[in-house]
Structures are given as C-alpha cells and as structure tokens.
Design a binder for this molecule. Structure first.
Ligand SMILES: CC(C)(COP(=O)(O)OP(=O)(O)OC[C@H]1O[C@@H](n2cnc3c(N)ncnc32)[C@H](O)[C@@H]1OP(=O)(O)O)[C@@H](O)C(=O)NCCC(=O)NCCS
Length: 183
C-alpha cells in the first residue's frame, strides 16, 4: 500500500555553489535576486520530491538575509518540506555561507515558501502529510500551522487589494483622475 506520509528528509535538497563575479552587487556581495532565484529552485525540488507531482510556488512567505555572502564564501542551500495542508506544502530553505579560507560558517539567509501540487488538469492535488524527526524539523513543523493561518489571512487581503489594482495604461489613469476631478 502507498504510504500517506513522508519524512522531512525524503524531500531534503542540498546544493553548494561558488559566488562568481556575475552574481555580485555593487557592494561585492551576493546579489539578493540571485539568492532568491536559487532559493525558489531548491525549494521547488523539495516540493516535487515530497509530492511527486508538478508544483507551483503559491507564495514566498519570507526571505531573511541575515549575513552578506562574499566571493570568498561557498554557499550551501538546504531545503525540505516542513508542513502540508491538503494540496499545499510549506518548504523551509536555509543558506549557509562558509569562508573557504577560515572555515567559518554563518547562516546567511532563511526562507519559507508555499508550493501547491497540481494534478494532470493543473488543479490542486492532495499531498502526503509530513513527519519531522530532528529538533530543527520538529520546531518548524510545530510552528507551521500558525504561519498557515497568517498566509490564509494575507491571501484574503491580497485578493481584496487586487480589486483596486489598475491595469490601465498610465495615460488612461491620468485621464480617469481628470474625469474624477471634474465630476
Ligand atoms: C497556487 C494556485 C494553484 C492556487 O490555486 P487556487 O485556485 O487558489 O486553489 P485553492 O484556493 O483551491 O487553494 C489550493 C491550495 O493552495 C493554497 N494557496 C492558494 N493561494 C495561496 C497563497 N497565495 N499562498 C499560500 N497558499 C496558497 C490554499 O491554501 C490551498 O491549500 P490546501 O489545499 O493545502 O488547503 C494558483 O493560485 C496559481 O496557479 N497561482 C500561480 C502560481 C504561479 O504561477 N507560480 C509561479 C511560478 S511556479
């Protein structure tokens, strides 16, 4: 029988990269956009390993840049599924910078993202629940349902806000403002 749960370790993804000249910003530290793209990539693989389905990023819930990453550092990414709803999965990503000369390590960034598994018709599909084992996994798992509530609230707010987002060209928008002013 197919099991209806998976351990966090079954979705674990690990990857180590160098920082190349193309990847840095004006401060000669790793460009945040580059880091976010790599975070999304490893997290999406964790979601796919957990669900064994196509998955989409539903939200990037948090990305915290805790320490700058320098060209002399290696960059280690680790991600795994920490919590599941019905079709959604929360994925945690940690980024550890290691100074290659001294061996000093720092948690450079942490991130939490939500992915949704899709069926063959691109509709949300159920995923197995997840079971934590380590202290870190358990802490993230235990605190996840609170974060899920916050996400649900934020989604409601985003939907409400979307009603007010203009899709007009800027010149139409100015016209609209002038029309309103003369009413
Ligand atoms: C994510 C997506 C599939 C959800 O579809 P939907 O019609 O809103 O689906 P539902 O309302 O039935 O929600 C399905 C699940 O997604 C979760 N979800 C939907 N929007 C979410 C959001 N903004 N943040 C977090 N979770 C979200 C719901 O909580 C629900 O979880 P559950 O099944 O565990 O209870 C849809 O909004 C989408 O396709 N978005 C674009 C995704 C994308 O293009 N990503 C970037 C490239 S990968």
């Amino acid at each position: 029988m197919k099991k209806d749960f998976k351990y966090c370790k079954e979705s674990r993804v690990m990857r180590t990269s160098r920082v190349f000249p193309n990847d840095v910003n004006n401060h000669n530290t790793l460009f945040g956009g580059r880091l976010m793209s790599d975070i999304d990539q490893v997290a999406s693989i964790s979601a796919a390993k957990h669900s064994r389905r196509d998955c989409v990023t539903a939200s990037t819930d948090s990305v915290d840049f805790l320490h700058p990453i320098r060209p002399t550092d290696s960059v280690y990414f680790e991600s795994y599924v920490t919590w599941t709803g019905t079709s959604s999965m929360e994925v945690f990503v940690k980024v550890i910078a290691e100074n290659l000369k001294t061996g000093e390590r720092k948690v450079a960034a942490t991130a939490l993202l939500t992915f949704v598994a899709l069926d063959d018709n691109n509709k949300p599909a159920p995923v197995p629940r997840v079971i934590p084992e380590t202290v870190e996994e358990t802490k993230l798992h235990e605190t996840a349902s609170e974060r899920a509530k916050v996400r649900a609230e934020r989604k409601k707010e985003s939907k409400a806000l979307a009603q007010f987002i203009s899709m007009n060209d800027p010149w139409d928008y100015r016209l609209e403002m002038m029309e309103n002013a003369y009413m």
